[in-house]
Write a protein that binds this ligand. Structure first.
Ligand SMILES: NC(=O)c1ccc[n+]([C@@H]2O[C@H](COP(=O)([O-])OP(=O)(O)OC[C@H]3O[C@@H](n4cnc5c(N)ncnc54)[C@H](OP(=O)(O)O)[C@@H]3O)[C@@H](O)[C@H]2O)c1
Length: 279
């Protein structure tokens, strides 16, 4: 297939290339080549390339930055996604779009299904929801893939930050009252690779299996990496950040399983492989 990948310099973009390059003809775009906030450029570019499918991993992903730069957040994560959907409609190709657990408000107490009640509490979450809505308005053939707590080789992420802090801290405070599922971009990219072989359009939750708090995740990272760091649990309100985060956002991968796909491996197995790779 001829696959156009946006955000190809990003963390997920990197692993999408790793996973898809061998079997497919990839057209890789960055904001320099095709700025998704530029409607004319985006439509012209996609009409020119005529891909069989577009995978959108481009986004403004600085969750705290979004609180300050509202306009940019909505422009990239909302309107930009709408532009991609319009372009896909022009060439009649499906769009795979990556969304987030931050479209939920965190009040759930058990894993959230795809049709769970939406209610973003941050500008990032609200802007990502705008993107989801635009796609559903414009296209019939789409895969909206909500994922969570990503880490990968190519980008800044929680495990890397923890390992950096461990270099010169013997004690680290980490939030314990936010629970989710850390997800390895390599596993997510493999999942997307399977999904695009089908026409099972719709909304998917796709994460590694299991769940933990940031605090439990940090402890596990130090255990695997053999770092002797004392992790001190704190509440999210003690650890002030500009953007509020959902306190519980475990995503039940219901649609994924019902369509016959294999659950992604446990987050503990995935992070173990990742840590062994980077240290
Ligand atoms: N990171 C997480 O924990 C997380 C969790 C849940 C969901 N997600 C979603 O997963 C997807 C991938 O996340 P990621 O962490 O891999 O993101 P990332 O590393 O921040 O990469 C996003 C890429 O988007 C590109 N981009 C930004 N503005 C653009 C524009 N106007 N036009 C075209 N490209 C633009 C940037 O590339 P340039 O160099 O081209 O500017 C950047 O490389 C995103 O949709 C994100 O919302 C992420």
């Amino acid at each position: 297939m001829k696959i156009l990948i946006t955000g190809s310099n990003g963390m997920l973009g990197h692993d999408l290339i790793n996973v898809l390059d061998e079997r497919h003809d990839l057209i890789l775009t960055t904001s320099k080549i095709m700025d998704i906030t530029n409607k004319k450029q985006t439509i012209e570019y996609i009409c020119n390339v005529k891909p069989d499918i577009v995978i959108n991993s481009a986004a403004y992903t600085d969750v705290d930055g979004c609180e300050e730069k509202h306009e940019l957040a909505y422009r990239v994560n909302g309107e930009g996604v709408g532009n991609l959907a319009l372009a896909c409609r022009e060439v009649d190709c499906p769009l795979v779009h990556i969304s987030t657990d931050y479209v939920f408000d965190g009040s759930a107490t058990e894993p959230i299904q795809e049709d769970g009640e939406i209610g973003p509490i941050s500008i990032y979450g609200k802007s990502k929801l705008k993107g989801e809505e635009a796609i559903q308005e414009i296209l019939d053939k789409y895969f909206i893939v909500r994922t969570a707590w990503l880490y990968g080789i190519n980008g800044r992420n929680f495990p890397k930050t923890m390992l950096e802090l461990a270099e010169n801290h013997s004690e680290i405070t980490v939030v314990y009252d936010e629970v989710g599922t850390p997800t390895y971009t390599l596993d997510l990219a493999r999942g997307i690779g399977e999904l695009i072989e089908t026409d099972y359009y719709g909304i998917y939750h796709l994460t590694n299996s299991g769940s933990c708090s940031w605090c439990e995740f940090a402890k596990y990272i130090f255990e695997i990496a053999g770092k002797d760091v004392n992790v001190i649990p704190v509440t999210a309100s003690e650890f002030a950040r500009p953007a509020p985060r959902p306190s519980y956002s475990v995503l039940e991968n219901k649609n994924w399983i019902e369509k016959g796909f294999k659950p992604l491996r446990d987050y503990k197995d995935a992070i173990k492989e990742y840590i062994e790779l980077i240290i």
